[in-house]
Design a protein around this ligand. Structure first.
Ligand SMILES: NC(=O)c1ccc[n+]([C@@H]2O[C@H](COP(=O)([O-])OP(=O)(O)OC[C@H]3O[C@@H](n4cnc5c(N)ncnc54)[C@H](OP(=O)(O)O)[C@@H]3O)[C@@H](O)[C@H]2O)c1
Length: 321
């Protein structure tokens, strides 16, 4: 009988990639959503998944949908409620949602493997005072799970992901902006110098499923409680932009502004993303505070050509740029 994976966030970009890949790999997939009527939910049924409804804020609903499952994938999205109260309140809520997923998973006797999306904390990368709500809340959840839910922690892999290439077309702050009256010149405005070192995750909608499948296939490498870091290559923010310039052939200048100016332009979302970029400034190697527990594609036996890197991802999605 096929093994069953319950994929939370299956109607989204990352979870959707996991659901599609695991179906291809011959698993049964139970896709979790709050809205079983959405077009994304209906597409999952057509792809062969079973749909079930649960909410990360409600442990009992999660426990119900995790019944009889061998694997669970979970990814949260703080940006949905970042501004409902304060970003710090949102971080608390996202932390609790991740702990809720692990708490529900702990009560499932058939569970072999939980894969939970997380990120390195700003305060661990750059020191106290660098709390980045969408990073630190997730990382605090990991520490809570490790400390208070050891029986599930030993079956859990924490998935980190580098910069999505889709930010170039999905997120206004990461999009070069056309300057009027210049014959098409663009500016890429960021609160950090172009030399900032980052990790590129390429085409995440393709890569995430391949990566999670490899995590599940290699428990001896990915457990217990390892951080599996999905990135395809690394380099500077200027190189990230250069790939976009090479593909679009648009004249584009990198412009550095202060964090305050970035917040002035983009409001609270600017503060959130700007604080994240600032937290990367003092440290090129994000894995350093987490070693020896970080693994990457090579450790999981993923060949380089299985993942779609930055430039190839831009070529595939050229119409969106
Ligand atoms: N952009 C980047 O470069 C980057 C890099 C690294 C990490 N990330 C992280 O990626 C994550 C977002 O992933 P994504 O792009 O896949 O998000 P997405 O496309 O917005 O999908 C979010 C998914 O989560 C589900 N969901 C959200 N809240 C839920 C709740 N309360 N209960 C049940 N399901 C819920 C949604 O399901 P329904 O709406 O169907 O219920 C949806 O399937 C964020 O945590 C972000 O920090 C982003």
């Amino acid at each position: 009988m096929a093994k069953l994976i319950t994929v939370c966030g299956a109607t989204g970009g990352v979870g959707g990639s996991v659901a599609r890949r695991m179906l291809k790999e011959g698993w049964s997939v139970r896709a979790i959503t709050r809205n079983t009527e959405s077009p994304a939910a209906k597409a999952l049924i057509e792809a062969g998944a079973e749909l079930a409804s649960a909410n990360y804020d409600d442990v009992a609903s999660l426990e119900r949908v995790f019944k009889d499952t061998q694997a669970v994938f979970g990814i949260t999205n703080i940006f949905e409620y970042l501004l409902e109260k304060s970003p710090e309140d949102a971080a608390e809520r996202e932390k609790q949602q991740l702990v809720n997923i692990a708490t529900a998973a702990q009560n499932i006797p058939t569970l072999e493997h939980l894969v939970l999306h997380s990120l390195p904390a700003g305060e661990k990368l750059a020191g106290k005072g660098n709390f980045v709500p969408h990073m630190d809340g997730k990382d605090q959840a990991v520490d809570i799970i490790k400390e208070t839910l050891p029986s599930v922690a030993k079956k859990t892999t924490f998935l980190w992901i580098g910069f999505f290439t889709s930010n170039f077309y999905n997120h206004p702050m990461s999009k070069p902006v056309e300057v009027p009256n210049t014959n098409g010149s663009r500016v890429f405005i960021q609160p950090i110098p172009p030399s900032l070192h980052i990790y590129y995750a390429g085409d995440v909608e393709h890569n995430a499923g391949i990566f999670v499948n490899a995590i599940l296939k290699n428990p001896a490498v990915s457990l217990p409680a390892k951080y599996a870091f999905l990135y395809t290559s690394q380099g500077s923010m200027q190189q990230y932009l250069q790939a976009w310039i090479d593909v679009t052939r648009r004249r584009t200048t990198f412009v550095t502004v202060s964090l305050d100016e970035y917040e002035q332009i983009w409001g609270p979302y600017g503060k959130e993303i700007g604080s994240m970029l600032k937290a990367f400034e003092p440290i090129n190697d994000w894995t350093k505070p987490y070693q020896p527990d970080v693994i990457a594609a090579k450790d999981l036996g993923i060949a380089e050509d299985e993942l779609v890197d930055l430039k190839a991802a831009l070529e595939i999605n050229k119409a969106l740029l």
